[in-house]
Design a protein. Structure first.
Length: 173
């Protein structure tokens, strides 16, 4: 089985993805980490040196490579990955997609300290600006994220609960 976690920065894709992979005995990969490994530089460095379009092209190519290479996989995607280059179609066609739908105030609380390392959230003056940026970004992405087969929102979205949801989905799909 391939399991794809999608959602906004701070939604918990990496954290929950690792826990789910352990729970299910599946390999875990993080798309951002794979990009960093391939490019030998951080996401922030790629954005500032090459621009977003370059990052999106690398991201779209790599996600398809990882799908081909791994029939068994939990993949934490990048926050924007499903929204460019028809990648949501590729994910839907090759595994179980889960949208971690975390409300903006919870995202703000989680990201407040970590925003500087995230290029699209860096350089925002205050919490209000972060909140506004996240609200606008979700509005632009909802049409992609909402195509996921499963949706999971806190506080119900624990590793055990999500694993049970995936098992049920597979048994009935
Ligand atoms: N269920 C949760 N409850 C509270 N905090 C959480 C939860 N899941 C993750 N976090 C915290 O929120 C922050 C973001 O989590 P994580 O890095 O897993 O998100 P992400 O979706 O992978 O983000 P990105 O798209 O930036 O990679 C981390 O500090 C993490 O510890
Ligand atoms: O939401 C986004 O567009 C991004 C999220 C991160 O996972 C990284 O992929 C990058 O910072 C872009
Ligand atoms: Mg992550």
């Amino acid at each position: 089985m391939r399991l794809f976690l999608i959602g906004m920065p701070g939604a918990g894709k990496t954290t929950l993805g690792r826990a789910l992979a352990l729970r299910g005995g599946l390999p875990f990969l993080d798309l951002d980490e794979e990009i960093v490994r391939q490019e030998q530089r951080s996401v922030a460095e790629i954005f500032s040196a090459e621009g977003e379009a370059y990052f999106r092209a690398v991201e779209a190519r790599l996600v398809r490579q990882l799908i081909e290479q791994h029939p068994q996989l939990v993949l934490a995607t990048g926050g924007g990955a499903p929204c460019f280059h028809d990648t949501m179609d590729a994910l839907l066609a090759s595994g179980v997609t889960v949208w971690l739908d975390v409300p903006v105030p919870e995202l703000v609380a989680r990201l407040h300290r970590a925003a500087a390392a995230r290029p699209l959230l860096a350089a925002l003056p205050d919490e209000q600006a972060l909140k506004q940026r996240l609200t606008e970004t979700i509005a632009a992405r909802r049409g992609f994220y909402s195509r996921a087969a499963l949706r999971c929102a806190p506080p119900a979205c624990t590793p055990d609960a999500l694993w049970a949801l995936v098992q049920h989905y597979q048994a009935t799909a």
